[in-house]
Ligand binder design. Structure first.
Ligand code: NAD
Length: 369
C-alpha cells in the first residue's frame, strides 16, 4: 500500500492530476466489458465494506431546492480521501439533462494531493447497480430468477445487467409511467439474453417476481409499491427513494419485512425508513457481509435493501476507475494544481508563463480580442 501511495504521489508531482472524462470512462468500460466492470465494482465495494471500521464516515451534505438536490459525499481511510458531487433533479428531462449528474475526486490523505478527477455520472450508475446486486446476492433467495424493474430511466439497464450477471436473473418484468423509457430499455438490452416483458402497471410487473427493483425518480412521497404487490420471500431493492420527501415503498411493507441499509445515520434521513421511528430496526449491510449479523432468516421472509447511495461506494468505484485508467494508459494528466518549483512561491506563477495545456491555449487563441 505504501509503495502504491508513493508512486501515485510521484506521478501527481511530476505530471499532475489524472483526469478521466465522460467519453473516456465510457471507452474504458467498453474495453473492459460491462459485466467485468460491474463484478469488479461489486468486489471493490465488498472489500471496502469488509473494512468498515477503517473509514471516517458521515452522512452526505445536501442542498435542497424546489426541483432537486445537490449533494457532496465525502469519505476517507488512512490513505485516500474521496468526494462525489452529485445532483438529483427528476424534472431535468425538461431541460434535456439527466436526472443524476456527478463527478468526483480521489486524493492522497498524507498530502491532500488530488490524484484523480473523474466523471461519475456513468460510474454512479455502475456502482449503484453493483451495490444493489451485492446486496441481493447477500439477501435474496438464491433461486431468484425473475426481477420486476420499476422505472426504466438512466439507471435501469445497469440494474438489469448487474442482476443478470451477478445474481442470476433471467427474466425482467418492466414498467415505467413513460412507455418510451421502457421501449428504450428493451432496445438497449436486445441481445443481452434477458427475457423482457413490458407491463402496464407496477402490480402487473411485480406479479411472480422474486426481486422487485424500484428505480423511479419523483420528488414526492411516491407509493410505487403497495403491500398487495408484495409476496412472501421477495427481495425489494429500493433504489429511487434517496432523499427527504422522496420514497417509493408503502410503510406497511417495511413493518412486515427485514430492512437492510448502507449507513444508518444517512438512511434515517434519506431512505425509505425516514418515515419510521428512530428505533425502527435496521441492519447495516456490512454487518451481514462480515458475518456479524444474519441476512435473510427464512425463504418466506421479505427482505428490503433500502438503498440511498453511500460515499464509500463511490470511493470503491473511484479506486477501480483510477487503477483501470492507469493500467490501460487512459485519461489525461491535467494541471489542476499549480506545479511550483518553489512551493512557497505561488505568486511567481503570475510572473512567468507556465506550462498551459494545449487545449487551454486553443481556447485563449479563439477568444475574441
Ligand atoms: N440509491 C442510489 O444509490 C441511487 C443512485 C443513483 C440514482 N438514484 C435514484 O434513482 C432514481 C432513478 O434515477 P435515474 O437516473 O434512472 O432517473 P431517470 O429520471 O432517468 O429515470 C426515472 C424513471 O422513473 C420513471 N417513473 C417516475 N415515476 C414513476 C412511477 N410512479 N412509476 C413508474 N415509473 C416512474 C420515469 O418516467 C423515468 O423513466 C432517482 O430517484 C435517483 O435519485 C439512487
Amino acid at each position: 500500500m505504501k509503495n502504491t501511495a508513493q508512486t501515485q504521489l510521484r506521478q501527481f508531482r511530476d505530471t499532475g492530476t489524472l483526469y478521466l472524462s465522460a467519453p473516456e470512462a465510457a471507452e474504458l468500460i467498453r474495453r473492459l466489458g460491462l459485466p467485468h466492470c460491474l463484478q469488479q465494482m461489486a468486489d471493490h465495494i465488498r472489500a471496502d465494506f469488509l473494512r468498515w471500521a477503517d473509514f471516517d464516515k458521515s452522512a452526505r451534505v445536501a442542498a435542497h431546492s424546489k426541483d432537486g438536490v445537490i449533494e457532496l459525499m465525502p469519505v476517507a481511510d488512512n490513505h485516500h480521501y474521496s468526494f462525489k458531487y452529485v445532483n438529483g433533479h427528476p424534472t431535468n428531462h425538461r431541460h434535456d439533462l439527466p436526472t443524476v449528474m456527478a463527478f468526483g475526486v480521489l486524493a492522497d490523505v498524507d498530502t491532500g494531493a488530488p490524484l484523480f478527477l473523474s466523471e461519475l455520472t456513468l460510474t454512479t450508475a455502475l456502482r449503484t447497480a453493483a451495490m444493489s446486486a451485492l446486496a441481493a446476492k447477500t439477501l435474496a433467495r438464491p433461486d431468484s430468477r425473475v426481477m420486476a424493474l420499476i422505472g426504466n430511466g438512466a439507471q435501469s439497464e445497469f440494474q438489469a445487467l448487474a442482476f443478470q450477471h451477478l445474481v442470476g436473473i433471467e427474466s425482467l418484468r418492466v414498467y415505467d409511467v413513460d412507455p418510451a423509457a421502457s421501449a428504450k430499455l428493451v432496445a438497449n438490452l436486445q441481445g443481452s439474453g434477458l427475457q423482457i416483458t413490458v407491463c402496464q402497471s407496477t402490480a402487473e410487473a411485480a406479479k411472480g417476481a422474486d426481486i422487485v427493483t424500484t428505480v423511479t425518480a419523483d420528488k414526492a412521497m411516491a407509493l410505487i409499491l403497495t403491500p398487495d404487490m408484495v409476496q412472501p420471500g421477495m427481495h425489494l431493492n429500493a433504489v429511487g427513494g434517496d432523499c427527504p420527501g422522496k420514497t417509493e415503498l408503502h410503510g406497511t411493507i417495511l413493518d412486515a419485512a427485514k430492512v437492510f441499509v448502507e449507513y444508518e445515520p444517512q438512511s434515517r434521513i434519506e431512505g425509505e425508513i425516514q418515515h419510521k421511528d428512530a428505533d425502527f430496526a435496521v441492519t447495516e449491510l456490512w454487518q451481514v457481509l462480515r458475518g456479524e449479523s444474519a441476512g435473510r432468516d427464512s425463504a418466506d421472509q421479505v427482505t428490503v435493501f433500502d438503498s440511498v447511495g453511500f460515499a464509500l461506494e463511490d470511493f470503491s468505484a473511484l479506486r477501480f476507475m483510477m487503477d483501470s485508467a492507469v493500467r490501460l494508459g487512459m485519461g489525461e494528466r491535467i494541471a489542476l494544481i499549480p506545479q511550483l518549483a518553489d512551493p512557497k512561491n505561488l505568486f511567481g506563477t503570475l510572473a512567468a508563463p507556465v506550462c498551459v495545456p494545449a487545449r487551454l491555449k486553443q481556447i485563449a487563441a479563439a477568444a475574441p480580442a
